[in-house]
Design a protein around this ligand. Structure first.
Ligand SMILES: [Zn+2]
Length: 144
């Protein structure tokens, strides 16, 4: 048995990180952030299916799959939400399993709100259960 990994656990459908799946194949898994933590619409994660720790550990096939999924995710967010911008980052500071954040900046976000931290804006748009289901349905169609 390997060491516990919250993202491997998530891919098995367990743990607090589990969110609705937008796309999944043998190489990558794309999900929306679960409700809670003041979720705003359009916060996605692109993760390798395999337990690769950092971007430098990806195989060529994983790297290609991640690139495709990130691009597709950004376009899907743009089409579904018409955001001010779509940003993406890889930090890997919290969980040592490759994951890339891809997220929408809501229209009208004040300039003072940091690009990487929309949750610091108290008036940001929020998601409820029904809104999340609708959004995920739309995003899935953009991956089909
Ligand atoms: Zn893992």
């Amino acid at each position: 048995m390997g060491r516990f990994c919250a993202i491997c656990e998530k891919h098995r459908g367990a743990g607090e990180l589990v969110g609705p799946v937008i796309f999944a194949d043998d190489l990558v898994v794309v999900t929306h952030q679960p409700l809670g933590k003041g979720s705003s619409p359009g916060y996605l994660f692109v993760e390798t299916r395999r337990h690769a720790v950092t971007v430098a550990d990806l195989t060529e096939a994983e790297a290609a799959a991640v690139g495709w999924a990130v691009t597709r995710a950004a376009r899907a967010l743009r089409q579904e939400l018409a955001p001010e911008a779509v940003f993406s980052m890889v930090t890997g500071r919290s969980v040592a399993h490759f994951h890339q954040h891809v997220f929408a900046r809501p229209p009208g976000t004040p300039d003072a709100v940091p690009w990487h931290d929309t949750t610091s804006w108290p008036e940001r748009p929020r998601l409820d259960e029904a809104g999340l289901i609708d959004l995920v349905r739309g995003l899935r169609r953009r991956f089909a």
